[in-house]
Design a protein around this ligand. Structure first.
Ligand code: NAD
Length: 370
């Protein structure tokens, strides 16, 4: 029998005590490396750098691994970041903090650190992890800010699991309604840390990211938090189609509602431990709303629909995003593989249709054919 889409109510998340007001001396200092330096990676470095300077439990210096690029000026991106304290390609106009040191050498960037923040487009993370095997400290804790999943022969693999499996380390996640450019200019937003069992570690991540304009809470539900962050990009593509076809606000709200229902059902079918309450955290409904209103997936999908699907997502991504990466289209493909493999396609019409439109099998208007 096909599984039902109905899910059970569960308890809400426990709040954390305010981590920035503690008088206890830290047992030892932590050193942080941010693995990734795109739009969000640069903003994450900025948040972390301000806290590393302020809190005694962290070393001041924050390393940021940069996938090296040569700029049109002929200079290396890393050199420019270290000279100007700005990521001129991915976050122009924003100072990262003088304690952020850009490093193009992955091995040297991570070698002294016991806290690794993974924030690259998801398609690169497996290659990065393979290069890190045997190169990191034995006491490393990780957190993933990456939205996406890998589909393996044995089924879908969340990015935090991939990091844990390759490197033999614990990996939390941080997701939320976080359009990087808005946080870069210190507009208030919230985020959710998902952790597995160790509350102390979760509290440390909360401490590292929280600022007066970035409010972080934690829930014991890694899979729920990570699936929210991953799946909402697919719904955002659907919302972009609706915008491109000028279908109006009611239609967009309907797509968002059905999309959220599919997100919740898929997550719980894949991981029965996923909590209902997680969908009401920043990583859930709030991230879905912001992504469907303002994110890059929505924007490129809108252009795709306006062009009646005649210009591919690859072409539009290259033209509109200047090196930034779309996650929703590849996630839709990966999701489609999982759905067809498990015989779930009919249960998830929004998820399935997004992929079929993206590959040209259906026209953009099919997004509202139920
Ligand atoms: N930008 C946002 O608003 C935002 C918000 C929340 C989460 N995220 C998530 O953060 C993750 C990273 O996104 P981003 O916005 O920082 O990146 P981005 O799309 O702005 O930039 C792409 C990055 O990939 C790097 N890159 C290119 N080729 C590479 C390769 N072969 N190997 C390794 N790196 C390579 C580039 O140097 C650049 O740093 C994604 O999973 C995204 O979904 C982004």
């Amino acid at each position: 029998m096909a599984p039902s889409l109905e899910v059970q109510e569960e308890e809400t998340a426990l709040p954390f005590s305010n981590p920035t007001h503690t008088n206890e001396a830290p047992p030892h200092k932590s050193k942080v490396t941010v693995v990734g330096s795109g739009n969000w990676g640069s903003v994450a470095s900025k948040l972390i750098a301000s806290n590393a300077l302020r809190l005694a439990s962290f070393y001041d210096e924050v390393r940021m691994w940069v996938y090296e690029e040569t700029l049109p000026s002929g200079e290396k991106l890393t050199d420019v970041i270290n000279r100007t304290n700005e990521n001129v390609k991915y976050l122009p106009g924003i100072k990262l903090g003088k304690n952020v040191i850009a490093d193009p050498d992955l091995e040297s960037a991570v070698k002294d650190s016991n806290m690794l923040v993974f924030v690259t487009p998801h398609q690169f993370v497996e290659g990065i992890c393979k290069r890190l095997v045997g190169k990191i400290r034995g006491d490393v804790e990780a957190i993933s800010l990456i939205k996406g999943m890998e589909v393996k022969m044995e089924g879908p693999c969340m990015i935090s699991t991939l990091i844990s499996q390759h490197l033999g380390i614990n990996c939390c996640v941080l997701m939320g309604a976080n359009i990087a450019n808005e946080i870069a200019v210190e507009k208030f937003s919230e985020a959710t840390v998902g952790y597995r069992g160790n509350r102390e570690i979760a509290e440390k991540w909360v401490q590292l990211f929280t600022t007066p304009y970035f409010m972080v809470t934690a829930v014991q539900d890694v899979e729920g938090v990570e699936l929210c962050g991953t799946l909402k990009n697919v719904v955002a593509i659907a919302a972009g189609f609706v915008d491109g076809l000028e279908m109006g606000n009611n239609t967009k709200a309907a797509i968002m509602r059905i999309g959220l229902k599919e997100m919740k059902a898929f997550s719980k079918m894949l991981f029965p431990s996923v909590k209902e309450s997680t969908f009401f955290e920043s990583c859930g409904v709030a991230d879905l709303i912001t992504t469907c209103l303002g994110g890059r997936n929505r924007k490129v999908a809108e252009a795709f629909a306006r062009n009646e699907g005649k210009r591919s997502f690859d072409e539009l991504e290259a033209e509109m995003l200047q090196g930034q990466k779309l996650q929703g289209v590849s996630t839709a493909r990966e999701l489609y593989e999982v759905l067809s493999h498990r015989g779930w396609l009919e249960l998830f019409p929004v998820f399935a249709t997004v992929h079929e439109i993206a590959i040209g099998r259906l026209p953009p208007s099919a997004i509202v054919r139920f």
